[in-house]
Design a protein around this ligand. Structure first.
Ligand SMILES: [Zn+2]
Length: 81
């Protein structure tokens, strides 16, 4: 929390037609399937989502971010950027 500004969240909730200006990805919680919005760097590609061990960012262009769904399940998103 804290990485995404409240202003960005506000923009997202009201405007669905601005994916070009706000690079947000919706992913599903692996445990309960609820949708979670996360901001990714522009042109980032999600490689995997897991609720198990934190994946290794074995490539220097990969990054791992941990997020939590509305039900408090923490999971990891591996993405390439
Ligand atoms: Zn969940």
């Amino acid at each position: 929390m804290g990485a995404d500004s409240p202003r960005t969240e506000e923009c997202l909730s009201g405007i669905e037609s601005c994916p070009q200006t706000v690079p947000i990805t919706e992913c599903q919680c692996p445990r309960c399937g609820s949708e979670v919005r996360m901001g990714l760097p522009r042109a980032a590609t999600v490689k995997s989502i897991t609720a198990e061990d934190r994946p290794e960012a074995g490539n220097h262009r990969w990054k791992v971010r941990s997020i939590a769904c509305q039900n408090g399940h923490e999971f990891f998103v591996l993405f390439e950027w």
